[in-house]
Design a protein around this ligand. Structure first.
Ligand SMILES: NC(=O)c1ccc[n+]([C@@H]2O[C@H](COP(=O)([O-])OP(=O)(O)OC[C@H]3O[C@@H](n4cnc5c(N)ncnc54)[C@H](OP(=O)(O)O)[C@@H]3O)[C@@H](O)[C@H]2O)c1
Length: 308
């Protein structure tokens, strides 16, 4: 099969379009013929290497979420048949969606409804698992609470804005001016142009802050929390950062891969509570270009690689 191979840690030029062995479905697994895979913020970090993103074996195939069609069913799999359209996210620690095929445990994928294109299903995989785990399972956001979501135009944050609004929260988000109409269309009640306004001037009015931006933004997140508030993060704070308050909780969502969360997302979609993000499409062979956009950290919605 064809795949985008990471040949060594490095810049986008370390990605090479080439041949890789076909996967085989083991017990409990299916092989999926991939139609679309999405680019996640972690992908360029793995490509560059360093820290917890150090790989020991090359070539490596990046990519965590995908949508496609079951091409092979392994022993013991009863819930999928060849030809079923499916989508999902590879188990934590596994990658390989930038390819024409992958093998995956059937238990952690879901059937793709016709209402979603393959690109939309691939785009929604990891962002929906992350936002649902963060907002519903970890922060347990309630109706009537106020949440600040950092970076509302991004993948996870854009889903989180919609989810928080659906749960009945007041949603404040940060975005550059060009993305304000987009985040308002997702349901944000108040949008702060972080280039023109210091978001911390809103004061300590938030029950929950969801930090998807990290870095220097993190310290300010603590200034806008009420006593007893919850700060959830998925993007790292600067090295050596010390949590400045003991009267708030600092939480990191433990994002598992499971069918239940994918189906929760599908139910929200069917109810009209959420919609897929804006998508920019690339050919699989052009993954390096998509990485350059992802690394710039100013994309809107999701970048999706069209595989077939
Ligand atoms: N399980 C996990 O822990 C998990 C899962 C998924 C993602 N992540 C991590 O979460 C982070 C976000 O990933 P993502 O893919 O959702 O986002 P993304 O698409 O990479 O987010 C980029 C967005 O951040 C916004 N942004 C950049 N700087 C900003 C700032 N100073 N203030 C406010 N917004 C800013 C940009 O909007 P503007 O153009 O408007 O600036 C852009 O829309 C990444 O670090 C990723 O690795 C973690």
């Amino acid at each position: 099969m064809k795949a985008m191979l990471l040949t060594k840690h490095g810049g986008p030029e370390a990605l090479r379009y080439g041949d890789a062995p076909d996967p085989v479905a083991g017990p409990g697994e299916v092989v999926v013929d991939i139609h679309a895979a999405s680019v996640n913020g972690a992908d360029p970090k793995v490509r560059r290497g360093g820290g917890r993103y150090q790989l020991s074996q090359f070539p490596h195939i990046l990519g965590r979420d995908f949508s496609g069609v079951v091409g092979q069913v392994g022993p013991g799999v009863t819930d999928f048949a060849v030809g079923d359209a499916v989508f999902g996210v590879l188990d934590a620690g596994n990658e390989g969606a930038y390819a024409e095929k992958l093998a995956i445990k059937a238990a952690i994928i879901a059937k793709k409804p016709d209402r979603l294109s393959h690109a939309e299903a691939a785009a929604l995989g990891l962002i929906s698992l992350t936002a649902l785990t963060a907002i519903e399972d970890t922060a347990r956001l309630k109706a009537g609470e106020t949440i600040l979501i950092q970076g509302g135009a991004g993948g996870v944050a854009g889903f989180a804005v919609q989810l928080a609004k659906h749960l009945g929260a007041t949603v404040i988000t940060t975005a550059s001016a060009g993305n304000h109409a987009y985040v308002r269309s997702l349901g944000a009640d108040r949008v702060i142009d972080y280039n023109a306004e210091d978001f911390t001037t809103i004061g300590p009015i938030c029950d929950v802050v969801f930090d998807t931006v990290g870095g220097d933004v993190r310290a300010g997140c603590y200034k806008v929390l009420k006593a007893g508030g919850r700060l959830m993060w998925i993007a790292p704070a600067p090295e050596g950062f010390q949590v400045p308050r003991s009267d708030v909780a600092t939480l990191r969502p433990d994002v598992k891969r499971d069918r239940a969360h994918l189906e929760r997302m599908l139910a929200l979609l069917a109810a009209g509570a959420v919609r897929p993000p804006e998508i920019t499409h690339y050919k699989l062979a052009d993954a390096a270009q998509a990485h350059q956009i992802s690394e710039g950290r100013h994309l809107r919605g999701k970048l999706v690689l069209e595989v077939r």
